[in-house]
Ligand binder design. Structure first.
Ligand SMILES: NC(=O)c1ccc[n+]([C@@H]2O[C@H](COP(=O)([O-])OP(=O)(O)OC[C@H]3O[C@@H](n4cnc5c(N)ncnc54)[C@H](O)[C@@H]3O)[C@@H](O)[C@H]2O)c1
Length: 250
């Protein structure tokens, strides 16, 4: 029997999610890796890397915007690991488009994955967390939800929704020993981040705007997430932390 803590990381196939999953495993967590079926190859690789560290890793295919799939995933994880200590809602999408002319389905998709997906994953695990009087919920929002950039109004709205939801949930579940916090990455070099970074001029402009004068790596996000997932943050809840090298100062 292991006394490892168990964490779920959604969207764990690549980028920030894969870095968080590996970072939590390095800190002694067993990890449930969520992702889409078309990411199976990457998910299996992350699982292999975690097992090489001596921790348990299992892959669960589920679209976080699909209620039935989310509930089946939660049941399977609780069956396999017997408990859940931490949830990291990382799965997200960005579809660029200015407000005038933004297709309704682009708005819906971004809200469904980024905002509703986090809500449904959390809801599916709350009974198990409440039963143990313990839980750590970390939602990956974005500095985009605080000030944002052109062609990302719907993305910004989805991340602001995550932050508002988290502040209220923190008040609802605090008495049951469950904390809820948000991490707001800045400009991070991932598949998604490339949308902001493809044009060298745009990339340089972001770099100049950043106090630490560099673009972030997925690994830069891991420490703050691990803090909120751990007992080091036991008296911190309902907070949002910018992890952006110094772009947004609030
Ligand atoms: N990269 C950045 O600059 C940046 C900045 C701020 C916030 N973020 C946030 O960080 C998180 C990770 O982004 P990333 O940069 O690593 O992007 P990414 O595109 O590399 O990874 C996103 C992950 O989410 C998964 N995913 C997408 N839709 C899903 C769904 N419906 N169900 C399950 N999984 C799904 C993808 O398969 C992938 O594994 C996202 O929530 C994103 O909004 C990223």
């Amino acid at each position: 029997m292991t006394d490892s803590k168990t964490a779920l990381v959604t969207g764990a196939s690549r980028g920030i999610g894969a870095a968080i999953a590996l970072g939590l495993a390095q800190r002694g967590y067993d990890v449930a890796l969520n992702g889409l079926p078309n990411q199976d190859h990457n998910l299996s690789q992350v699982a292999t890397d975690i097992r090489a560290l001596g921790q348990r890793a299992e892959v669960y295919h589920a679209d976080v915007s699909n209620h039935t799939q989310v509930n089946s995933m939660a049941a399977a994880i609780l069956h396999d690991f017997a408990k859940i200590d931490a949830i990291v809602n990382n799965a997200g999408i960005l579809i660029a488009g200015a407000v005038d002319g933004l297709p309704e389905d682009a708005w819906d998709s971004v809200m469904d994955v980024n905002a509703k997906g986090s809500f449904m994953v959390i809801q599916s695990f709350l009974p198990a967390m409440k039963a143990r009087n313990y839980g750590r919920i970390v939602n990956i929002a974005s500095i985009g939800g605080k000030h944002g950039a052109p062609e990302q109004a719907h993305y910004s709205a989805s991340k602001a929704a995550v932050m508002g939801f988290s502040r209220v949930l923190a008040q609802e579940v605090g008495p049951m020993g469950i904390t809820v916090n948000c991490v707001c990455p800045g400009i991070i070099l991932t598949e998604m981040g490339r949308v902001n970074l493809e044009d060298p001029q745009v990339r340089n402009a972001w770099q100049e705007k950043t106090a630490l004068a560099r673009i972030g790596d997925p690994e830069d996000v891991v420490g703050p997430v691990a803090f909120f997932a751990s007992d080091e943050s036991a008296f911190v809840t309902g907070q949002t932390l910018n992890v952006d090298g110094g772009i947004v100062f609030s």
